[in-house]
Design a protein around this ligand. Structure first.
Ligand code: F6R
Length: 614
């Protein structure tokens, strides 16, 4: 969690830093702060609460410095408060540091530093970093030079256990900044006489398309017109520039009230981009990032799909397709469970990791574990150069464009599309399913952008329904087969942005316990897109209607609509792919309920977009 921004150039840093923080606020919004290099030393301005509060700080408009660092916080160690806000400084106020990640051994380091006379003023893990840098800087008897600065940062970082992306400035070095990352994201944007640093690319995409993507422990000394990279031995290393194709408007609201609504409406184009040239109009399926031979695929005896939250729900729908058309046993696991349960993995296991951000700590750890046990690893991510894509043997991008709202929408639908394409690609090589059926699935995928547009027309109907139910305390989501995976996603969306308690169940499971909770007036959402299962689900919904539930049905099946309170008809589509359509009314439902309740849709309480801590 947490977002960090930095700037070195000829312009005043502070307004650029605050603009960058505003774009990164989805990563955390408990406090914000900036530190710049001024003529009389380092400035430090920080405050509890949202980034916009920074503008109220006395003197912030007087900052002239053209180098600065900034931070927006999702609190881990220490409650949200002014003292715990970043940047943090060493006792002599010579070094300012912002940090994203967690220092696991901070208590031990704090004790060591306290023994050496350092004092601490916050409850954060971060405050050890500037003091450690100061300690190593003083210990080194060489004359001051940027290499001495770098050495002090390097020595401090080698003492840290855990994850970190940090930016360091010092009043001794008014033209430089040092940045480094380990298991937390950090990118450097570069243009003539300016360097922009950020936790993610979209926050600084309006300034440049040229980026350096840092690998773990690549220590970087920046000045306004240079970026020099060093390994842990402080040998200089060369890095290539990556040119990013998104444009900055992809990271703006573009006239929508909220990013979430914009991203819901971007789904036709996001899914079109995901499919891209992977399925051509003449129904060829090629994934240029994958080079599996038939022999290699035949040797795979088991697939794990590992992810968190919404990405895990995309994995659940992928399992349905892979097992059915590739005939390879597939298990889906939550990354935070997988990593601690000693999963049975060998060289014949393929582990697929799905992560929009590519920075989710548990997913990265699960990937490292799978690799260490000899599995072949494949990463699916939306973020170019993100950590999981750098760790995995194979990486495929969803190309859904930046997703800013905390609640995931277009990332989910593009993940479901991509995992279906991967399943088709495998099945074709394995010849495990008739080519006629695979061609049918490809046609269905190609029809998606149009069908998503059609599905989005349910907006007004959902809006009216949301107005009727927004004050409810509980809701249930039911489905069978692939529809159950969508029930899970609909329920998660409702919880996270509407703060309504909800449960999702396999429809047939309800009578084994949870039906006891069904009482008069409760809302039950039923999803039915599979003709083989629809009658069974209808019967289960009937059971809750008998007990007084009111129902919202999402379906493309021919059923007797009179039994239900509200029915949303979505276009017909192959069941494997149907989550991409059936989830849309559920995304809109949680969106409109959240709006009716007057909540902050894009930044729900207690959450952050990218969970880079365990
Ligand atoms: C829910 C949501 C989260 C993420 C989860 C994984 O709307 O966004 O559940 O899906 O935190 O994040 P990534 O995909 O970045 O690994």
């Amino acid at each position: 969690m947490c977002g960090i921004v930095g700037y070195i150039g000829n312009k005043k840093a502070c307004p650029i830093l605050i603009a960058g923080l505003t774009r990164l606020e989805y990563r955390g919004y408990d406090s914000a702060g900036v530190s710049t290099i001024e003529k009389n030393g380092l400035s430090l301005m920080k405050t509890k609460g949202r980034v916009k509060n920074l503008n109220d700080l006395k003197g912030i408009d007087k900052l002239e410095g053209t180098i600065g660092i900034a931070h927006t916080r999702w609190a881990t160690h220490g409650k949200p408060s002014n003292e715990n806000s970043h940047p943090h400084q060493d006792n002599s106020k010579t070094f300012s540091v912002v940090h994203n990640g967690i220092i696991e051994n901070y208590a031990e380091l704090k004790n060591l530093l306290e023994e050496k006379g350092y004092h601490f003023y916050s409850q954060t893990d971060t405050e050890v970093i500037p003091n450690l840098i100061h300690y190593y800087f003083l210990k080194d008897k060489e004359d001051n030079s940027t290499m001495k600065f770098l050495k002090a940062v390097r020595n401090a970082c080698l003492d840290l256990k855990g994850s970190f992306a940090i930016e360091v400035i010092s009043s001794y070095f008014p033209d430089n900044m040092i940045v480094v990352r380990k298991d937390s994201p950090l990118v450097i944007g570069t243009c003539e006489n300016e360097k922009y640093i950020s936790s993610d690319i979209p926050a600084i995409l309006s300034y440049t398309r040229d980026f350096y993507l840092l690998n773990n422990l690549e220590f970087t000394i920046l000045s306004k017109n240079s970026a020099k990279f060093f390994d842990t031995e402080l040998n200089e290393i060369k890095k290539k520039l990556d040119v990013i194709e998104w444009n900055s408007s992809a990271a703006e609201k573009d006239g929508y009230d909220d990013f979430m609504l914009k991203e819901i409406y971007e789904q036709p184009s996001a899914v079109r981009e995901t499919i891209g040239s992977r399925i051509s109009n003449d129904l060829k399926c090629e994934i240029e990032e994958l080079k599996f031979s038939k022999k290699q695929l035949q040797e795979i005896t088991k697939i794990y799909i590992v992810a968190c939250g919404t990405a895990m729900h995309a994995g659940l729908s992928g399992k349905n397709t892979i097992e059915k058309i590739c005939r390879i046993p597939t298990e889906v696991d939550i990354a935070s469970e997988f990593r601690y349960r000693d999963p049975i993995i060998d060289k014949n296991t393929l582990c697929i990791f799905i992560s929009q951000s590519g920075e989710t700590a548990d997913t990265i750890a699960a990937l490292k574990l799978a690799k260490s046990k000899g599995a072949t690893t494949l990463a699916i991510s939306n973020v170019i150069g993100s950590s999981i894509t750098r760790e995995a043997d194979y990486s495929i991008y969803t190309h859904a464009g930046p997703e800013i709202a905390v609640a995931s929408t277009k990332a989910y639908t593009s993940q479901v599309a991509l995992i279906n394409i991967i399943a088709i690609y495998f099945a074709e090589i394995l010849q495990s399913t008739k080519s006629e059926y695979l061609n049918f699935l490809k046609q269905e995928l190609l029809s998606l952008p149009k069908k998503i547009e059609e599905t989005l027309k349910c907006k007004d109907q959902i809006f009216e329904f949301a107005k009727k139910v927004y004050q409810e305390k509980d809701m249930f989501f039911l489905g069978r087969g692939v529809d159950e995976t969508v029930a899970k996603e609909g329920s998660l969306k409702l919880k996270e942005i509407s703060y309504i308690h909800s449960e999702s169940y396999a429809a047939g499971e309800l009578k084994h316990g949870p039906i006891a909770l069904i009482e008069n007036g409760i809302t039950v959402v039923g999803i039915m897109t599979d003709e083989n299962l629809v009658e069974k689900t209808v019967s289960n919904i009937q059971e809750v209607i008998t007990r007084g539930a009111k129902t919202l049905i999402i379906t493309n099946q021919k059923i007797n609509y009179n039994n239900f309170n509200e029915v949303i008809i979505i276009p017909e589509i192959a069941p494997f792919i149907s989550p991409i359509l059936s989830v849309i009314p559920l995304q809109l439902l949680s969106y409109f309920i959240s709006k009716e309740k007057g909540l902050d849709v894009d930044k729900p309480r207690n959450l952050a977009k990218s969970v880079t801590v365990e």
